[in-house]
Design a protein around this ligand. Sequence first.
Ligand code: ATP
Ligand code: MG
Length: 450
Amino acid sequence: MTSTSLRHSSLQNADATERVDGAGGVRTLLERDAVLADLEGLTQQATRGVGQLLLLHGEAGVGKSAAIRRFIDSVAGRFQVLVGCCDPLTAPRPLGPLIDMLAQLPDANGTGLRAAIEARDSESIYAEVLNVFGDGNQWVCVIEDAHWADGATLDLLRFIARRVESLRLLVVVSYRDDELGPGHPFAVVLGDLSNHAALRRISLSPLSAEAVRLLASGSGVNAEQLHHLTSGNPFYVTEILAAGADGSSDGALPRSVAEAVRGRLARLSERGRQAAEALAVCGPGADPHLLEKLCPGAAEGLSECMRAGILIGSGASVRFRHELARRATLDQIPEYDRRVLHRRAVEAYERRADTRAHPHGLTRREREILELLAVGHSDADIAGTLFISQRTVNNHVHAILGKLGVQNRTQAAGYASRALADAPPQGISYPDVGSTPCVVREQGSAAPAV
Ligand SMILES: Nc1ncnc2c1ncn2[C@@H]1O[C@H](COP(=O)(O)OP(=O)(O)OP(=O)(O)O)[C@@H](O)[C@H]1O
Ligand SMILES: [Mg+2]
């Protein structure tokens, strides 16, 4: 099986009350039937004694855990299930997921493994793991969030991957693929495992506009806008709907969304965070060269943000993966800093518009002088008009001739007349400074805006 991007039709069958419960949690998993069918196919192989290792991946909040929970429910009674989680700890606990699983094993199965873990004896740990999964039962072993795995867990994964094919075992490993930069330890493991015969991959896609519309139906939230803001990310979608349903959002972002975004920004270096903030001020997308003007050193910060999965490069510009994350980032910039960044952004946009209209790099003052010169003003006239000294005008004129590469005022005036005649109308699009309500309430709806 190759990487699977899945859309399907189960969403047509669910009605709105069934899909979203009172607390905004989701009962019906939309657009995941095909994933669940693939998982079921893998369990059948495991049942035949041809074990499999599945990598279930997607961006943060795309619904990996929700799909796994649904899958675990579906194998209840047929498979022994063990679930272990990797945690975002500063110093991850060695073998954290295995220790989680130990607590779920019946004492009789777990004694040897417990002793081996306590003795920190890797050989015995590996042997005991094989004992557990080779006991004749059918096993599903889930390791959640492997992008946070400790080194010992990564080694254990390598060990199991080489042996899984001869066991009645399905190992499901979930991870955020948007957080794996090239040097990430789990990316190295993925490289090592890439040619294993028992390796399978499923990529989870965000929800379609149709699924978002279905989730939003009856909530009073504008579904089209919700999809635009969230790009169909189920975490963002469900959090906004939940905040809308209890009326607590008051036009701001739900706290859970703000905290999730803040948490990811907090993991960045100072430079990465500054670059993200500068981009947030510039609007939905910006040219990295422009950002460099607002925030010197932005290039490095931007690549860090891209490696962390917060930003994505598209064409010549860079943008937030989700518009909602941009707004949450904008909201967390202190008011004063936001205004400073905004002013710098406006200046940078204006300078760029100036440069485009005047490719010779004339400053605003030089342009003013050139325009007066083109209509026949002398240096003295210009000085009087602009309230500057004649000497200053003289210096500017000298600079203008140099920048235009012309010999005299007449040639400069000729250039100016042509430039003024050819100049396209300047449509400067200014960046977005304010924080705005994230979702507009549907017309005529009684539900609160989110
Ligand atoms: N297919 C779906 N249809 C409707 N809601 C969904 C779907 N998938 C996930 N959700 C909802 O979206 C939220 C986030 O899902 P989940 O926690 O599974 O994401 P995740 O990919 O595991 O995130 P993380 O990367 O943070 O672990 C949950 O509230 C879940 O109920
Ligand atoms: Mg999860």
